[in-house]
Design a protein around this ligand. Structure first.
Ligand code: GDP
Ligand code: CA
Length: 334
C-alpha cells in the first residue's frame, strides 16, 4: 500500500484521515496520502476567500484545530468579527476567529497576486505540515447554493442562498428543494487530482457528507470517470449510523436529493463499480458500515458491494485508527 487518496469534506474527512495516518505510520510507513478536498463551501466574506473544508483538514492534520467546533483555531477571540458586524458588513451570523482570519488574509493575498488555490494551499501547508498532500478539487471557484422551499427572513421560496448560510444561519432546518453547484460545469480538476485517483493503490470515500462534500468532488468533470477507471480499490466509509447523520446535516442533504438516511441507501447511492451489475456506473468496490447496521450486509452483498460492519464512531484517535485499519483490510480482500 503505497499511495492512498482520500476524497474529503471537512470534519468527517479530516478526522478519518487523522486515523488513517496513525494506522499507516505503523502498517505502511512509506505510504503517501493525498487528500482531495471539497471547495464547494468556499465563499467570499468581508473581502476574504474562505475555504472551510480545506482549512478544517489542514488544521486538524496540522494540530491547529479547535476540536470541539471542528473548524477554526483553539482559543481565538471574535473581536475582529464583532467589529466587522458593527459596520453592518459581512454576514452577522458568521463569525471568524482572529487567528483563523490570518489564514484567510494570507490566502486572499496569494490569490490576488496570481496564485492558484492549489498554490495558495501548498503555501499554507508549509506552515501546518499536515502530513498529506492537500489538493483542492479545483482551482476554479465552485459554490454550492441551496434552493429554499419556503420564505425565511429576507429570502423568498425559490431563492438560492449559499450553502453556508443554510447551514450556519439556519442550521439546515429550512426545507430546500435541491442544490446548485455554481461554476461546476466550467471547473477543471486541480493539478494532480485525477492522477491521484488513477495512480493510487487505494481510494477512500471517508465518512464525509455524501451530497455536499463527496458528491461535489464527484461532480467535478473527470473525477467520476477517474474513479471508475482506476486500478485502485475504492472503499467507502458510511457517514450514517443507525439511520442518522452522526454530526452535521447529511440527513437534510440526502432528503433533498431523495436518498434515505441509512448506511444501505448511501452505499447504494454510491453504487458498485462491478462491471455490468446494473450499468449505472457506480463507484465502490467495498463499503464499511457501523456494527449496528449489520442487517444491511446481505442487501449490500446482493447489490455487488462487499461490506463489513465495524464500530464507526470517531470518538477518539484509537477508534478512528481502527476504522482506517478496517478500510485497508476490506480493500485487501475485495
Ligand atoms: P463537513 O464538511 O465539516 O460537514 O464534514 P464532512 O462532509 O467531511 O463530514 C460530515 C459528515 O461526517 C456528517 O454529515 C456525518 O454524517 C459524518 N460524521 C461525523 N462524525 C462521524 C463519526 O464519528 N462517524 C461516522 N461514521 N461519521 C461521522
Ligand atoms: Ca463542508
Amino acid at each position: 500500500m503505497k499511495r492512498v487518496t482520500v476524497l474529503a469534506g471537512g470534519v468527517g474527512g479530516a478526522r478519518f484521515t487523522r486515523g488513517l495516518l496513525a494506522h499507516l505510520a505503523l502498517a505502511a510507513p512509506d505510504a503517501a496520502v493525498t487528500v482531495i478536498v471539497n471547495t464547494g463551501d468556499d465563499m467570499w466574506l468581508d473581502g476574504l476567500r474562505i475555504c472551510p473544508d480545506l482549512d478544517t483538514v489542514m488544521y486538524t492534520l496540522g494540530g491547529g484545530i479547535n476540536e470541539e467546533q471542528g473548524w477554526g483555531r483553539p482559543e481565538e477571540s471574535r473581536r475582529a468579527s464583532a467589529e466587522i458586524a458593527a459596520y453592518g458588513r459581512g454576514w452577522s451570523w458568521f463569525t471568524l476567529g482572529d487567528l483563523d482570519l490570518a489564514t484567510h488574509i494570507v490566502r486572499t493575498d496569494l490569490l490576488r497576486n496570481g496564485s492558484t488555490l492549489s498554490q495558495a494551499t501548498e503555501f499554507l501547508c508549509r506552515r501546518w505540515q499536515p502530513g498529506v498532500r492537500l489538493l483542492p478539487m479545483s482551482d476554479q471557484p465552485v459554490e454550492t447554493h441551496v434552493c429554499l422551499a419556503e420564505n425565511i427572513d429576507e429570502h423568498a421560496a425559490g431563492d438560492y442562498i449559499h450553502f453556508e448560510e443554510w447551514w450556519v444561519r439556519y442550521r439546515a432546518r429550512v426545507a430546500i428543494t435541491g442544490f446548485e453547484q455554481r461554476g461546476l460545469a466550467d471547473a477543471v480538476a486541480a493539478p494532480g487530482v485525477l492522477a491521484a485517483i488513477t495512480e493510487a493503490d487505494l481510494v477512500v470515500l471517508p465518512p464525509s457528507n455524501p451530497v455536499v462534500s463527496v458528491g461535489t468532488i464527484l461532480a467535478v468533470p473527470g473525477v467520476r470517470e477517474a474513479l471508475r477507471s482506476t486500478s485502485a480499490r475504492v472503499v467507502g466509509v458510511s457517514p450514517i449510523i443507525g439511520g442518522a447523520a452522526v454530526r452535521g446535516m447529511a440527513d437534510a442533504c440526502l432528503h433533498a436529493i431523495g436518498v434515505e438516511t441509512s448506511a444501505l441507501a448511501v452505499g447504494l447511492h454510491y453504487g458498485t463499480r462491478a462491471a455490468g451489475a446494473d450499468g449505472s456506473g457506480g463507484l465502490l468496490d467495498a463499503w464499511l458500515i457501523d456494527e449496528t447496521d449489520a442487517a444491511a450486509l446481505p442487501a449490500l452483498a446482493a447489490a455487488g458491494i462487499r461490506s463489513a460492519a465495524v464500530p464507526l464512531w470517531m470518538t477518539d484517535l484509537p477508534a478512528t485508527t481502527a476504522m482506517a485499519a478496517a478500510v485497508l483490510a476490506l480493500a485487501a480482500v475485495s
